[in-house]
Write a protein that binds this ligand. Structure first.
Ligand SMILES: Nc1ncnc2c1ncn2[C@@H]1O[C@H](COP(=O)(O)OP(=O)(O)OP(=O)(O)O)[C@@H](O)[C@H]1O
Ligand SMILES: [Mg+2]
Length: 233
């Protein structure tokens, strides 16, 4: 579904990605693991046109997207949820969802607020509440829900478990497994190995802007050197 090869990524003149490659199959959940500053967020941004690319290619369902602007990539079906929550604080939950609405995609039932309230039950109870009067975890859920209103086929989630209370982290893991069951592919950046094991089929370990390991979660658990590359000491 998504194949990125040999990406060199830059912020101005500073190179941050060095020949990064990764792939996400249809219906797969793939996690990028890496220490602070390893290049996880930059890798996600490089897939949606938010990082300057010196070299490399990104193909999404057979279409080359590495030179396309972000809004066109979104329209092709890649949803991106950045690290910082980007809800409209003056708009209600319902209004935030409407802002994200995009046409349905062939072969998949479109997301509606009602379907999303099944997926995020605590949002259902606050549909008329302004976004600014929600907790961080609730805002995180709303950001993901609003992205799903665009009916993406692949969702990029940057540290979805970060800063959430343990019970909400469990809920987030359930949500990601439900998305997979609904046929949505997921690529997430994480530092929480426990969370990654609960949701992911495969992992890429990112170190200093390079892919250090690629394989199944089981293979990663059996590879002490790959784990040492991202676990904080
Ligand atoms: N906007 C920016 N301008 C310049 N350098 C940046 C920018 N954003 C990140 N960097 C640098 O790029 C490198 C990779 O950062 P990135 O944010 O991708 O790491 P990360 O793996 O997501 O880390 P974290 O776990 O802290 O979120 C770091 O050295 C960082 O300092
Ligand atoms: Mg990051």
């Amino acid at each position: 579904m998504l194949v990125a090869e040999n990406l060199d990524g830059f912020y101005g003149r500073a190179q941050v990605l060095f020949g990064m490659s990764l792939s996400v199959g249809a219906g797969e959940v793939v996690v990028l693991l890496g220490r602070n500053g390893a290049g996880k967020s930059t890798t996600l941004k490089s897939l949606v046109g938010l990082v300057e690319l010196g070299a490399g290619s990104v193909a999404f369902e057979g279409t080359r997207i590495e030179r396309l602007p972000s809004h066109r990539i979104a329209r092709l079906g890649i949803g991106y949820v950045p690290e910082d929550r980007r809800i409209f604080t003056d708009l209600t939950v319902m209004e935030n969802l409407e802002v994200g609405r995009q046409p349905a995609r062939a072969g998949a039932a479109p997301w509606t607020p009602e379907r999303l309230f099944d997926l995020f039950p605590n949002l259902a109870a606050m549909r008329d509440r302004p976004g600014g009067r929600m907790s961080g975890g609730e805002q995180q859920m709303l950001t993901i829900a609003r992205t799903l209103m665009g009916n993406p086929r692949l969702v990029l989630l940057d540290e979805p478990s970060e800063g959430l209370a343990p019970v909400i982290v469990e809920e987030m893991a359930r949500t990601i497994r439900t998305l997979k069951a609904e046929g949505v592919s997921v690529l997430l950046a994480e530092q929480n190995l426990h969370f990654a094991r609960a949701v992911a089929d495969r992992a890429h370990v990112v170190e200093k802007g390079r892919s250090r390991f690629a394989g199944t979660m089981d293979a990663l658990m059996g590879d002490a050197a790959a784990r040492a590359a991202f676990l904080e000491v």
